[in-house]
Ligand binder design. Structure first.
Ligand SMILES: [Zn+2]
Length: 439
């Protein structure tokens, strides 16, 4: 390290003037703005710096604006994944779900997150709510690295360690494993520990709170959950509740959490309560085709057949549950809960496949698009910034080939991604600069 004195000297400015914000106009054949259920034809979106200035059909483009003509594509708000795990990547075939968690340091997992984050961004997902299993606050480190421009990735709302009942999500581990559990979870017992854990999460840099309401052995109490919600809402932050049992979804909704993750059980008496309290459901079940990945060649044929059967049975049940929730008026925010390696797909492609799978439960394309844009933005309490293409929103935009309002599978054909007004992917390659003044 050099002399500290050096840093007290005034540094030369190198003659650089602060740059004026860039003005960009995006043209596209169609635009879905997140709100209307139709696309806008011949769309123009004017962007200055990181924000959208104006949106409309055939808007005049001011002189000095860089024009990007995207052609026969549909522009959409950047997609939002309300349930990601960017610091976790499990090999589904190995069957060892704890391996990476206990073998990789937080630093290693944050670097993995940098890779997966880029894949997510390139698939059109510009914001994620990352819900735990990130080691000791590795999600905060990754969020900050992306904010500082060290690596490219989606905007991250970090949760730090999930709050959970005793045992975390590994309740069968023996007591000596407690330090490993505490690396992933803050286990709480009693309302004051619950309050303390939320305050610790915010001190550690959390943007939201994830709570494991039950782990199959222990269930948090209504009183503990109420304190968690009260403390988080005092900071205007959302609470995501992982529930697997009737009794745990019931207390979570009663306590006023913002979203139920998975909703593996959805008893009839809880449905009207979720509608009344406007609790979001974040379904994370995935497409039926994933059951085919239990490949008979990989091992015991009979075991593979049983796994495949169980997978199809569970997913069919999940689709029925989602259908029932939507019919009753429960609002859906898109979340992938993706933490698996799926052969042939990047992390982002796999996550978007999970959104498309909502169609298998009967969701209309426009409802899926809203779940992954305006609804998710509202759940993240960022609807004034994200989720729709409107003046003053952040310029997070995605262009896909085709029309996803007609065929939701168009979401797989990403051609262009912009985050915060910066182009992060352009399938057309480097474009000739076209200035509106010279046209
Ligand atoms: Zn999860």
């Amino acid at each position: 390290m050099g002399s500290l004195l050096l840093w007290s000297l005034p540094l030369p400015s190198w003659g650089l003037e602060p740059e004026a914000p860039t003005r960009i106009a995006l043209r596209a054949a169609r635009l879905f703005d997140g709100k209307r259920d139709k696309t806008l034809p011949d769309a123009v979106v004017l962007i200055e710096g990181s924000r959208i200035q104006a949106v409309g059909t055939g808007l005049p483009i001011p002189a000095g604006t860089r024009v990007l003509d995207l052609g026969d594509v549909t522009l959409l708000p950047g997609l939002i994944d309300a349930h990601s795990h960017l610091l976790l990547d499990l090999d589904a075939q190995s069957g060892d779900s704890l391996g990476p968690i206990f073998q990789q340091s937080t630093a290693e997992r944050a670097l993995l997150g940098a890779k997966l984050g880029r894949e997510v961004l390139e698939a059109g997902v510009t914001t994620v709510r990352d819900l735990g299993n990130s080691g000791l606050n590795g999600d905060v480190a990754l969020r900050n690295a992306i904010q500082r421009g060290w690596v490219q990735g989606p905007r991250i709302l970090a949760s730090t360690r999930a709050l959970s009942p005793h045992g975390g999500q590994f309740p069968t581990l023996q007591s000596p494993a407690q330090p490993l559990i505490e690396q992933e979870y803050v286990t709480i017992s009693g309302v004051e520990e619950a309050r303390r854990a939320v305050r610790q999460a915010f001190a550690d840099g959390a943007d939201c709170i994830k709570v494991i309401v039950d782990n199959g052995h222990n269930v948090l109490s209504l009183e503990e959950l109420k304190v968690i919600v009260e403390e988080a809402h005092r900071k205007k932050r959302s609470v995501a509740a992982h529930t697997t049992l009737d009794e745990s979804i019931r207390v979570a909704v009663q306590a006023g959490v913002d979203s139920i993750e998975h909703g593996y059980s959805l008893p009839d008496d809880v449905v009207p309560l979720m509608v009344r309290k406007r609790t979001f459901l974040v379904p994370t079940d995935g497409p039926l085709e994933v059951c085919d990945s239990f490949d008979a060649k990989a091992g015991d044929v009979e075991r593979q057949r049983k796994l495949k059967e169980r997978c199809r049975r569970n997913l069919t049940r999940a689709q029925e549950r989602l259908r029932r929730a939507v019919a009753a008026g429960i609002r859906v925010a898109a979340g992938s809960d993706m933490y698996l390696q799926l052969p042939g797909l990047t992390r982002g492609q796999a996550s978007v496949r999970w959104f498309i799978a909502y169609a298998e439960a009967g969701l209309k394309p426009v409802d899926i698009l809203r779940a992954a844009t305006v609804n998710a933005a509202e759940l993240l309490r960022m609807q004034d910034q994200l989720g729709s293409v409107e003046p003053n929103r952040l310029a997070d935009l995605v262009a896909v080939e085709g029309d996803p309002l007609k065929d939701i599978h168009a979401l797989k054909q990403v051609r262009f991604v912009m985050k915060d007004g910066q182009v992060v992917l352009d399938a057309a390659g480097p474009r000739k600069q076209v200035d509106a003044a010279t046209r």
